[in-house]
Design a protein around this ligand. Structure first.
Ligand code: SF4
Length: 394
């Protein structure tokens, strides 16, 4: 990508305010903004956020359900996945799922976030045996069954994150969950090269992930996606990834949330020596995401940027994502979620009101209600008149 000469921030801001669309070249320059110029751009991103959701920042009170940590992929930054027989390898039973959900209900949770490895049964006979024992043909069949169980037996709403999905599976899971998610992570094909983050991760081929997100769009399924920063992608890749998400959202209008997540190094992972993105890298990426997607909910996980996560409110986020009063972040277990009262304190210090939302964002609630059936009934019981969580707790 050819880069322009030194960016004139003031003139670019004037043009953006005048409605001129941002080019990829300018977007790339924005990711290189100097620390001195950054505050002006952050102020503009914050202005856009205030136009979209004035004085409100949301979060989802959730339980995390790691349905299985077996996975056929081997991403270089993953601490979650296991092979069968490795210490900690586990596939939850239906009873374990329900036990977590019941505890979550008592603590005012409204989301059951299902996170799991991608199609482990394709390479592990042990997973096929487990699924057979539970009475299911595949991990996705089991996930569907557990979403349905949660929907039927509790007041929580499921939000599955199972990896790549076909059109048929999107449709099946949409019948038992109001929203779902798949991190795009990056459109960079270079990450598939030997010794790169995705060199042994067949489900991380960018075109396949984009296809899943597009299929969800064709079916009008509220969808959460996002970028994982700092896994070997270039600044141009970050721009291209955000443009790809924006293009899909412009076509289908279904992207309910974009997450800007930072890679964190851990001693146990292959990428343990890899440099982490800086706080300023995060601020720049959030600012650019807000400029490109002024009317999409934007989230950055607070636990991965403690102690200064509140700075993200100045860059245009309007959501803290799922925060659990019960279960640890199994993807980053060494980074505890901030206590909700502390999150509320820091949010209100920035002049924002913290509001509990459901896994599906308020603006998408009417469309999900129109699907009818048990899902619509449970959603109606769970949300207030504005589409936020009815049953709130702090
Ligand atoms: S990040 Fe997801 S797909 Fe990659 S190894 Fe971990 S669980 Fe599997």
């Amino acid at each position: 990508m050819a880069l322009t000469a030194q960016l004139d921030t003031g003139s670019l801001l004037d043009r953006l305010r005048g409605g001129e669309p941002i080019t990829r070249e300018h977007a790339c320059e924005l990711l290189k903004t100097s620390p001195a110029e950054l505050p002006r751009l952050l102020a503009y991103a914050k202005e856009l956020k205030e136009r979209f959701k004035p004085a409100v920042v949301s979060y989802s009170r959730k339980v995390f359900i790691p349905l299985t940590n077996l996975c056929r992929d081997y991403c270089g930054y993953c601490i979650f996945r296991r092979d069968p027989g490795q210490p900690g390898a586990h596939t939850m039973t239906p009873e374990e799922v329900l036990a977590v959900v019941r505890q979550g209900e008592k603590l005012g949770c409204t989301e059951a976030l299902f996170s799991l490895g991608d199609k482990p049964e394709l390479i592990f006979p042990e997973m096929r045996q487990t699924l057979h024992r539970f009475g299911y043909r595949s991990t996705l069949h089991y996930l569907e069954g557990m979403c349905e169980l949660v929907l039927r037996e509790s007041s929580l709403l499921p939000h599955p994150n199972p990896g790549l999905l076909s059109a048929e599976w999107i449709s099946r899971l949409a019948a038992v969950s109001p929203s779902m998610g798949l991190m795009l992570e990056s459109t960079s094909e270079a990450l598939l090269q030997p010794r790169a983050a995705h060199d042994n991760a067949p489900d991380k081929v960018p075109s396949r992930r984009l296809r899943t997100i597009e299929q969800a769009g064709k079916q009008g399924v509220p969808f959460t996606t996002g970028l994982l920063l700092g896994i070997g992608e270039t600044l141009e890749d970050r721009v291209n990834s955000l443009f790809a998400i924006r293009d899909l959202h412009h076509r289908y209008g279904h992207i309910q949330e974009v997450i800007i997540q930072n890679f964190r190094a851990k001693p146990e992972i292959p990428m343990h020596n890899w440099p982490e993105p800086s706080h300023q890298d995060m601020l720049r990426a959030i600012m650019l995401a807000r400029i490109l997607l002024p009317e999409v909910n934007l989230q950055a996980p607070p636990n991965l940027s403690a102690p200064n996560y509140q700075d993200f409110l100045d860059a245009g986020i309007n959501d803290w994502g799922g925060v659990s009063p019960l279960t640890p972040d199994f993807i980053n277990p060494e980074k505890p979620w901030p206590h909700l009262l502390e999150l509320e304190r820091r949010t209100s210090q920035k002049g924002q009101r913290l509001k509990q939302r459901l896994p599906v964002y308020p603006e998408f609630v009417p469309a999900v209600m129109s699907r009818g059936g048990l899902l619509a009934e449970k959603l109606r019981q769970a949300c207030d008149q504005e589409g936020y969580a009815l049953r709130t707790a702090a």
